[in-house]
Design a protein around this ligand. Structure first.
Ligand code: SF4
Length: 242
C-alpha cells in the first residue's frame, strides 16, 4: 500500500484495535454510521463543558458560538452537565489550553488529536501544568483505561509548549444520580511513550498491509459499533447465531 496515507488519532487507533473492519468503515469509506446514545450524550456534555471552561477564561461567545450549543437539554443529560458545572469546573484554576489541536510524528507516523485542557495550578515551586480529560461512562471506570490516549495528549501538550507535570481524568459516572470520579494518573514516562510508539506502529502496519478483517465480530466491539446495519460479516453472523 502507499506509504503512511493516514494521520492517526487516539480514537482511530482504538477503532482499529476494536475491529479492523470498523476502522475501514470509518476512515476509508468515511461512513457516518449510527451513533449510540452514550456517544451522543458524551458529545453534548463535552460541548457544554468546553463552553463553560472558555467562559472561565473571560471568553465572550459570539451568537454563532451560542447557537451551536444546545442549552435546552433535559434530564438525564442535564444532570450530567450539572456534575461538570458543580463538581468539576470549580476544581479548575487557570486553563491555558482548551480543546487544543496538535499534530506530531511518532517514528515517522503522523498522529493528531485535540486535547481537552491543560490547567495551571500554583504549587510551592511555581506553576504545575495539569493535563485534564473529561469522560463520561455508564459505570465506575477501572484505572489506567485511557493511558494510551493520555500519552498522546501528554506529547501534544508538550509540543504546544505546556509540558504536563501531572495528568487527570475527570470521569462523570452516569448512574441514576450521576457523580464525579477523578482519576489522578501516574505521570507519563519514557516507557509509556515507547509503548505508545509500538502500538501506533502495529496499527499503521496493519492498515498499510490492508488488513481490514472483521476482528471485532462476536465481541463487545459489535455491540457498540455504528455499522451493524451495513456490515456484511455482522449480518451473516447474526443469521447464523440468531
Ligand atoms: S459490526 Fe462488528 S464486525 Fe462489523 S465492523 Fe462493526 S465491530 Fe466490526
Amino acid at each position: 500500500m502507499s506509504e503512511r496515507p493516514v494521520v492517526y488519532s487516539a480514537s482511530s487507533v482504538s477503532s482499529y484495535q476494536a475491529c479492523h473492519l470498523q476502522w475501514w468503515f470509518t476512515y476509508i469509506l468515511k461512513e457516518e454510521g449510527v451513533s449510540s446514545e452514550p456517544q451522543r450524550v458524551g458529545i453534548i456534555v463535552h460541548d457544554s463543558a468546553e463552553f463553560m471552561l472558555r467562559e472561565l477564561t473571560g471568553w465572550q461567545p459570539s451568537m454563532a458560538d451560542i447557537a451551536k450549543l444546545d442549552f435546552y437539554v433535559e434530564a438525564p443529560v442535564a444532570d450530567v452537565i450539572d456534575v461538570f458545572r458543580n463538581d468539576i469546573l470549580p476544581t479548575y484554576r487557570k486553563p491555558v489550553l482548551i480543546e487544543a489541536e496538535f499534530q506530531l510524528e511518532v517514528n515517522d507516523i503522523p498522529f493528531s488529536g485535540i486535547l481537552d485542557a491543560v490547567d495551571q495550578h500554583d504549587v510551592p515551586w511555581g506553576l504545575a501544568n495539569i493535563l485534564r480529560d473529561l469522560k463520561s461512562t455508564g459505570s465506575r471506570p477501572s484505572p489506567g483505561k485511557y493511558r494510551f490516549n493520555m500519552t498522546g495528549y501528554w506529547m501534544g501538550a508538550t509540543d504546544l509548549g505546556y509540558e504536563p507535570d501531572a495528568a487527570q481524568l475527570d470521569w462523570i459516572v452516569r448512574t441514576k444520580t450521576p457523580y464525579y470520579w477523578p482519576e489522578v494518573m501516574e505521570p507519563i514516562t519514557e516507557d509509556d511513550i515507547a509503548i505508545f510508539a509500538a502500538t501506533l506502529e502495529t496499527v499503521a502496519e496493519g492498515v498499510e498491509r490492508g488488513n481490514f478483517e472483521p476482528t471485532g465480530l462476536g465481541t463487545w466491539a459489535c455491540k457498540s459499533c455504528a455499522y451493524t446495519a451495513s456490515c456484511g460479516p455482522y449480518q451473516r453472523y447474526m443469521e447464523v447465531t440468531g
